[in-house]
Design a protein around this ligand. Structure first.
Ligand code: IPE
Ligand code: IPE
Ligand code: MG
Length: 252
């Protein structure tokens, strides 16, 4: 008797179109990935960085114009120093790779958050990478020492300093760290937490949210493809009705 392998139906190839201009990630679960293997938490960040590298290559290959990742929050300084040091060292090496692979990555880097709170060398490297990559076509926003509350306070103070006494939603948007990117169409959070943890609170007003239990180091390219397919099956109505006006503009 012949055995035939059951064929899984072919999945639709992903074609990135105007519906998905910006995807944001809360890269969560590195610590648990390590702890479940009996390893120290910093090992999880090393693995998380590999996942980040791989998934960013995948996003580039898919041609997603804007990607934003939550790498380190204003609250993450509460963690033990060796863990914070590991994360900062990984980010420093990441920036070195970005500098060395500049043109092939086709990516303009933006480090969003309060750079003044970063170690001097890391801040200088981040600013250098931003400067030399500014002409490249894809955008990667890396939220580093980022908190949405501190971003909004910074935006309001910038507007006050420019002489404004009254503001519009466009003014606020233009003063946020993400002024150069459209609002995220899709937010993905890994590791089974259903919260935003002070991430892009203004920008996510009408984003589609996707939560998965998969830990960040385990999120595969195929799983991301499935998440994107499920995004394309969503119906975004922005408070209107199906098939009505599209666009994430909110009332002012
Ligand atoms: C996310 O993973 C990475 C950072 C916050 C820097 P975590 O380190 O929060 O992993 P868990 O949530 O403890 O598993
Ligand atoms: C959010 O994850 C910050 C980053 C992914 C960088 P956290 O693990 O710090 O958030 P909470 O503590 O679960 O809210
Ligand atoms: Mg976490």
């Amino acid at each position: 008797m012949a055995f035939f392998k059951k064929r899984t139906p072919e999945k639709e190839p992903i074609v990135i179109d105007e519906r998905l201009q910006h995807i944001a990630f809360i890269m969560d679960g590195n610590g648990r990935w390590a702890q479940r293997r009996g390893m120290q938490r910093p090992m999880g960040h090393i693995e998380g960085m590999k996942s980040f590298d791989r998934l960013m290559v995948h996003c580039r290959e898919l041609g997603i114009p804007h990607v934003t990742v939550y790498a380190f929050s204003t609250e993450n300084w509460k963690r033990p120093k060796p863990e914070v040091d590991t994360i900062m060292n990984l980010l420093s090496s990441y920036m070195d790779r970005g500098i060395n692979e500049l043109e092939e990555n086709r990516t303009a880097y933006h480090f969003i958050g309060d750079k003044s709170g970063l170690p001097d060398k890391l801040r200088e490297k981040a600013e250098y990478l931003e400067k030399i990559s500014a002409h490249l076509p894809l955008t990667l926003n890396i939220a580093l020492n980022y908190g949405a509350h501190s971003e909004m306070v910074h935006a309001v103070n910038t507007l006050i300093a420019s002489g404004k006494t009254e503001v519009t939603a466009d003014d606020i948007n233009g003063a946020l760290y993400t002024a150069h990117s459209p609002y995220p169409d899709l937010l993905v959070r890994t590791a089974g937490e259903y919260r935003l943890s002070n991430f892009l609170l203004w920008q996510l007003a009408y984003s589609e949210l996707y939560f998965t239990d998969i830990l960040w180091p385990d999120l595969s390219n195929d799983q991301l493809d499935d998440i994107i397919r499920s995004f394309y099956n969503r119906n975004r109505t922005y408070g209107g009705l199906k098939g009505g006006d599209k666009g994430a503009k909110t009332a002012k």
